[in-house]
Design a protein. Sequence first.
Length: 258
Amino acid sequence: MKSILLDKRGKHVAVVTINNPAKQNALDAGMMDELTAMLKKVEDDKAARIIYLTGAGNASFSTGAFLKDLVEFRDASQARAFAELLKSTMDALFNFPRPVISLINGYALGGGFGLAMSSDIRIMTEAGRIGFPAVKIGAILPHGCTLRLIGLVGTGHAKELLLTGRQVKADEALRMGLVHYVVEDRESLFSKADELSEQIMQGSSLALSMAKATVNQHTNELIYRYSLYSPDNFAYLSSTEDWNKRISAFLNRKNNKD
């Protein structure tokens, strides 16, 4: 089974789907490589003017990194490489030269919502939930993800979300600025995205690309400034006893619920 699916919606829309529903569309290293390769494939398709990014099924857009992988790092260098891969995947999406719309069906947690934040427009179902539980398992988000969160909701809200790790319902996510639109269900996600796409495609492809790049420039400069040491922080945490205890405890609780 392919982890990243590509479909067309009409002539000009590419639908990219994270396809790991049995694991809540959680991400491993192979899936992130696959997603980056898929973005390149779509970029080479000149007819594709817009991307829809979504998750398979109705339960989750993506719940972020596959936790079982995090406890299997052999050393800090492997953890650092994972952090850099997650960052580069989000950067590839953030800097994709055409508009990207995230269709958030269900849970979008941690790096999963980090992918959504790397898109240009976010639409969420009423049943969806957003959260950043990294601190609860002894980890932190990639710095690019944190900086994009600050850009969306400001420093105050960002700190509160990151430090509590709580989940945000759709109505609060809309008020806070985490998402642009809230709709009833999965079918409505696509209907709203189609409506927005019709408006977007009235613009020049080149102008759209340049407008996006201009808006992204400030955030990209900040991300670059912090890029040298941020993966080291993640790698350091991965080597602590607290990291393994917390992730193992979380996985045990989840397995007991299942």
